[in-house]
Design a protein around this ligand. Structure first.
Ligand SMILES: Nc1ncnc2c1ncn2[C@@H]1O[C@H](COP(=O)(O)OP(=O)(O)OP(=O)(O)O)[C@@H](O)[C@H]1O
Ligand SMILES: [Mg+2]
Length: 345
């Protein structure tokens, strides 16, 4: 623990507040065993196992409706499973008491599918919500300053802090959601379809930002995505959900070596091949190989944020009400193709 953290801890102890927990140092910050989720007669998961390694970006893929979001909600305790055990940062989520719950919830950040910002609060106020909930003792000035810092860290201009979500493009709202997810300096970051609805350039910039933040902040990232480029660009491993469970988890070459029809169709279909060709071309030009983000290590966050800043001219899909109204998938050709929207959170 640094001196500053020790000092903060002393203050907390004196003021009878919860001590700041030590960072998790085990190998698997997320362990899921025998998970079963059922809605009515609809069995979503059965016998689902998954281990997420500390410090990795794990991509979670599967057809629409296979239960990716439900899996994420189970891991963060929003969905009580019928069966199974879930451990997060060494604590059981499935047996958590209210006190444990508060402690552990302050150690992860979540970007829900669809963003889920409070529309009546400014971006800065949105980022302050978790700070107010978990650290009410922080005085107003410091809380505003932390929020502004997280906004800039997420690649938004500082003046976005005072704007309302409806004043932002879809891409900017995703970054605002990311800023809120980072508010509490989490160890774990959950991202549900973070690049859906972004144009190809915006999506690539968002990928780069996530990879840089993961390195700089030493995060473990649970990333649900349909975006093949994201999988190739920034994921260390990919977990595939089909047949109600995780049918395979590994690097993309490892997955390609399996003969499951869904995996073959997904990675060897036209879009899969296009994403792989794009990655091959990038590597030929000397960029980092998939899973090898060492080239980005050590990048200072504020500089990083400036590099990837976006502005109001971002071309993501928005409608006049300021809500994402369509998801797009980017292809290698740079042509965005519509697919069904899902802002289901
Ligand atoms: N609260 C709920 N009540 C009833 N059924 C639900 C609930 N939440 C999810 N489901 C059902 O569970 C299934 C899995 O949903 P989930 O949102 O996890 O899919 P997904 O894999 O995230 O899909 P997508 O890729 O489209 O986001 C779907 O059939 C959905 O209708
Ligand atoms: Mg989903």
């Amino acid at each position: 623990m640094t001196e500053t953290a020790q000092a903060a801890d002393l203050v907390r102890q004196e003021e009878k507040l919860n001590p700041i927990p030590e960072p998790f140092e085990g190998e698997f910050p997320i362990r899921v065993r025998g998970l079963k989720n059922v809605f009515g007669s609809n069995v979503i998961h059965e016998g689902l196992d998954l281990d997420v390694r500390r410090g990795e970006i794990i991509g979670v893929v599967g057809g629409s409706g296979t239960g990716k979001s439900v899996l994420m909600r189970s891991i963060i305790g929003l969905q009580i499973p019928q069966e199974g055990t879930i451990e997060v940062l060494g604590r059981s989520i499935t047996d958590a008491t209210d006190d444990d719950d508060i402690d552990i919830r302050s150690r992860w950040g979540i970007l829900f599918q669809g963003g889920a910002l409070f529309s009546t609060l400014t971006v800065g106020e949105n980022v302050e919500v978790p700070l107010l909930e978990f650290f009410p003792e922080i005085h107003d000035e410091l809380r505003h300053e932390i929020a502004r810092y997280k906004v800039v860290m997420s690649g938004l201009p500082a003046d976005a802090t005072g704007k309302f979500p409806s004043e932002l493009s879809g891409g900017m709202r995703k970054r605002a959601g990311l800023a809120r997810a980072l508010a509490l300096d989490p160890e774990l970051l959950f991202l549900d379809e973070p690049t859906a609805g972004l144009d190809p350039i915006g999506a690539a910039a968002f990928d780069a930002l996530i990879a840089e933040l993961q390195q700089t902040l030493d995060l473990t990232v649970f990333l649900i995505t349909h975006d093949l480029d994201t999988l190739y660009e920034i994921c260390d491993r990919v977990a595939v959900i089909a047949d109600r469970k995780v049918i395979a988890v590994g690097t993309i070459p490892e997955l390609l070596a399996t003969d499951h029809p869904w995996i073959q169709e997904y990675f060897n279909g036209p879009r899969g091949r296009a994403a792989r060709d794009s990655q091959d071309r990038a590597e030929a030009k000397g960029r980092a190989a998939p899973g090898d983000r060492s080239a980005k290590a050590g990048v200072a966050v504020p500089d990083t944020a400036t590099d990837t800043q976006i502005s109001d001219t971002d071309t993501s899909d928005t409608d006049s009400s300021g809500t994402d109204n369509s998801d797009t998938e980017k292809s290698d050709s740079g042509v965005a193709a519509d697919k069904s929207a899902d802002d289901g959170e």
